[in-house]
Design a protein around this ligand. Structure first.
Ligand code: B3K
Ligand code: ZN
Length: 868
């Protein structure tokens, strides 16, 4: 590291700003390498003090400073600050700077994505546009004038309403925007370019006419329809479920090629990774359609939870993100299958989020210490954050939860708030004591819930003893008991539900676990029951209960709760994996439990069940998520067990897979939930048929498919099963889709995920492919991201060459796009689950990165923690 060691910021150090900024008028004259920005703000001292005004700014050329219209030399400049030592009580500050968007490869601030200009300001990108108080508790009214060449950039967009436009005589034109809502700088956006435009409109419940505009790259208009439908559905859903209406006359979405993440909720002008906008039957899969709906919804829902009420400081990020993820999950569940959505979210928590808790970057959903804020847009803040909101919803119920949400939004509208403010509103609206619950915001790690039971036949009493324990995490040694909602049910051995009775009263199925150890007694239990515990994953914890295979088979078959059925199958699979590990490590023969085969058979024969749910139930968890079952894993043995179970189930049930496959053909491609469900199950069956060696079926599906879901499912099946047709099919796909970046990303991703032993070499070669570029984040994630995160066996090759590949990529991205680099790094810092020789190899590579003289803050934070 260089002499300037990156500094840690602490949540407890929060101080209110020394100055307020009430308005900001921007005048931006666009040019590839010499964009000029004039920023005029009204500044007001906060309180009685003589402290200087310290503005944030990075990579800016300062041209001029003026106070109340008079040029001033009274300032100091550092690497990332502009300091004005003595300023009036209230004044107008003018700052003129020059920036170079074409050289901005970090994709933060103002940059070029293809031929268009766009911005990304969250979390701290605005300081790359002008000097400013770049913190979310500074809310100002923005106006923005953009000037650019008229031919190349016919559309000039920013937040709010368009209030003026004109042409200049030098071939340039200008547009003036005014945003009536005060906002923090991270919600500022500017886009300039030539696009195809899809227009529509929405009338809100109170009668406001809103123009809806989606801007896409030329030639893609026909792929924007689903995004538009999703936007209208989001607007309607938020009115109906949460009583929230849109508040401007226009809502714009721009899809760009180069984007570091999914999308950004800038006020009135969302900028999207085109992956989450563009879809048609030929190019998008069913999952792409669902993802678009989810992300469009997520960014739209931020308009209230994030924009109207924003975060006081970045430590509060989960205030907007956890809540908005919860809202988008509810939206998707109301529109589609609630259980399938729940299953997919739970997979994300149990796999990568639990891994985050167990690794060096463990942090509470409201972090306490941060070096680089971009490193905290994590599964913990987002997904676990949403689980915390969901637990509140479980505890309060829909009605009180909605009252709490309304109270919170009313009370803090137009202002910046904290997580404590949110919980206070929830508590007030419901009258519930949430003081212990609040610990979820402060405590990191995954609690383990250990449940043991005792049945007394003589008294018909059933006792559940519940213990909670959270192991120390990298960031926090001491842990306290949490308020855990434990949803449960009891079943008789015949599979009938047994009513819950306590002290003579029937009781609700959610138990409040508050202490380290607690006992719950149920009466009038006629026979020894089978408990269904943690129904719907009612809390983000690990469950330890000694289920027998027989009990799990019963729950999988009889529970009235679909989630419980899925979860029981998961536990059976996990058990089969654990039971085989020792044998696999010693190269001994492996077994396929008959109970598992029979459960799969029963599921396949159950035509009443939703096919989408069946598909989830019959899908084996990925090797990377199974890693979480172990303190330390023999990854090669785990892969062998995984392969053994997959092939065993494929062969044991081959005729049933074939029948299922034939039964579920959908000749016409329609984006309907029931058709997607059929395709999902059909393609799960196809995957097993491929594992059983049925090459012709796979081949036929690939050749005859009339949609991308089926095409990719065939390719994926051939790829995973290592069929001989894999190479010709891959070649065919490339020839067909070479020109379409989003489609071709799938081709890169599948090859990166191949279980074959030469995958690493292939990935190396694919990096030389003419369409591969480290400047394109989607492509890098498709190839390098998938290889390192989703192909643990090949990435963790014992010779360390997988690590070398990632390190060489990181060394390059460190200077060009550190945010992207930092995301890719994750699998490398989570080495604790692997064996000591691999740990040594990884540590050496991390040290090599650490020794780089110009290591970016993003990587420094993660690597220094991993090596500590
Ligand atoms: N708020 C943005 C994420 C910004 C990430 C900055 N590194 C997208 C979202 O969560 O909606
Ligand atoms: Zn968000």
């Amino acid at each position: 590291m260089s002499q300037n060691k990156p500094q840690t910021q602490y949540r407890d150090d929060y101080q209110p700003p020394l100055y307020w900024i009430d308005t900001l008028d921007l005048d931006i004259d666009l040019d590839d390498s010499q964009t000029e920005v004039v920023a005029i703000s009204r500044v007001r001292r906060n309180g009685d003090h003589n402290e200087p005004l310290v503005l944030d700014g990075e990579q800016l050329a300062l041209l001029e400073v003026a106070i109340n219209g008079l040029a001033s030399e009274q300032y100091e400049q550092t690497d990332d600050k502009l300091i004005l030592p003595s300023v009036p009580q209230e004044f107008v500050l003018t700052i003129k700077t020059r920036i170079n968007p074409a050289a901005n490869t970090a994709l933060e601030g103002l940059y070029k994505s293809g031929d268009a200009y766009c911005t990304q300001c969250e979390a701290q990108g605005f300081r790359r546009i002008t000097y400013y108080l770049d913190r979310p508790d500074i809310l100002a009214r923005f106006s923005t004038r953009i000037t650019a060449d008229e031919q190349a950039y016919p559309y000039l967009l920013s937040n709010g309403n368009k209030v003026g436009q004109g042409t200049l005589d030098n071939g340039r034109h200008w547009v003036q925007w005014q945003d009536p809502y005060p906002k923090p700088a991270y919600l500022f956006a500017l886009v300039a370019g030539d696009f195809d435009l899809l227009q529509d409109s929405f009338v809100t419940r109170s009668g406001r006419h809103v123009a809806l505009e989606i801007f896409v790259n030329k030639g893609n208009l026909h792929r924007a329809g689903h995004a538009m439908d999703s936007l209208k559905a989001s607007m309607k859903w938020d009115e109906e479920r949460c009583n929230l209406e849109y508040d401007l006359d226009i809502y714009m979405i721009v899809a760009v090629d180069f984007f570091n993440m999914g999308a950004m909720e800038n006020k009135g002008l969302n900028v999207f990774n085109d992956k989450f906008v563009l879809a048609d039957a030929n190019t998008a899969t069913d999952d792409d359609y669902l993802d678009i709906e989810r992300v469009i919804g997520h960014e739209y829902f931020h308009n209230w939870t994030g924009n109207r009420v924003t975060c006081r400081d970045w430590f509060q990020l989960s205030l907007k993100e956890g809540l908005t993820v919860f809202r988008d999950q509810e939206f998707s569940s109301d529109l589609g299958s609630r259980t399938v959505n729940r299953i997919r979210n739970v997979r994300l928590i149990r796999g990568p989020q639990f891994a985050e808790d167990a690794g060096p970057m463990a942090h509470p959903i409201r972090p306490d210490a941060v070096i680089e804020m971009n490193n905290f847009y994590t599964l913990t803040v987002y997904e676990k954050g949403s689980e915390v909101i969901r637990m509140l919803h479980t505890l309060l119920g829909e009605r009180d939860f909605q009252s709490g949400l309304s109270l919170y939004l009313r009370r803090h509208d137009g202002r910046a708030a904290t997580c404590d403010d949110f919980v206070a509103a929830m508590s007030e609206a419901s009258g519930r004591d949430l003081s212990r619950f609040q610990r979820w915001y402060a405590q990191s790690g995954t609690p383990v819930l250990t449940v043991r039971d005792h049945y007394d036949a003589a008294t018909c009493r059933y006792q559940l003893q519940v213990k909670q324990h959270t192991a120390p995490t990298a960031d926090q040694k001491e842990k306290l008991p949490l308020h855990i909602p434990l949803s449960m049910a009891l079943y008789s051995e015949q599979g009938d539900a047994i009513p819950l009775v306590c002290r003579g009263q029937s009781r609700a199925e959610v138990l409040d676990v508050l202490d380290a150890e607690q006992t719950f007694v149920f009466e009038q239990v006629p026979s020894r029951p089978v408990p269904a515990l943690l129904q719907g994953f009612s809390a983000p914890v690990k469950l330890d209960y000694p289920y027998t295979d027989k009990q799990l088979a019963l729950l999988a078959k009889c529970s009235g709760d679909e989630f419980v059925r899925w979860d029981a199958v998961q536990m059976l699979i996990n058990q089969a994996v654990r039971d085989n590990m020792a044998a696999a490590s010693q190269q001994q023969p492996l077994v396929l439990p008959q109970t598992l085969v029979e459960v799969f058979r029963t599921l396949l024969e159950d035509h009443e069940l939703d096919s989408a749910l069946q598909a989830e139930m019959l899908t084996l968890p990925s090797v990377s998520s199974l890693v979480e079952l172990f303190e330390q894993v023999d990854i090669d043995a785990l892969a062998r067990v995984h392969e053994h179970l997959g092939q065993g189930l494929a062969k044991a049930l081959q005729p049933l897979w074939a029948k299922t496959y034939e039964r579920l053909q959908t000749p016409e491609y329609l984006i309907l939930h029931q058709d997607m469900a059929k395709r999902a199950l059909k393609n799960v069956a196809l995957g097993y048929l491929a594992l059983a060696g049925e090459e012709t079926v796979v081949d036929r599906q690939y050749r005859q498919a009339n949609n991308m879901t089926d095409t990719l499912a065939a390719l994926d099946a051939a790829n995973r099963a290592g069929l001989a047709s894999r190479e010709p099919l891959m070649a065919d796909f490339e020839a067909k889709w070479r020109q379409d970046g989003l489609v071709l990303d799938n081709w890169f991703r599948l090859q990166a995920m191949a279980p074959a032993d030469d995958t690493l070499e292939k990935v190396g070669k694919l990096m030389q492919h003419p369409t591969f570029s480290l400047a394109n984040p989607n492509r890098v994630r498709a190839l390098i991201g998938a290889f390192c995160a989703a192909n643990p066996v090949q990435f963790h090759r014992p010779d360390g060459t997988g690590y070398d590949l990632l390190v060489s990529v990181l060394e390059q991205l460190n200077s060009t796009n550190p945010q992207l680099a930092s995301r890719l790094l994750t699998p490398l810092i989570q080495f604790a689950r692997f064996d000591p020789p691999r740990q040594r190899l990884i540590r050496a590579r991390l040290q090599q990165l650490m020794d780089k003289p110009d290591l970016a803050r993003d990587l420094f934070e993660k690597i220094s923690k991993a090596l500590a």
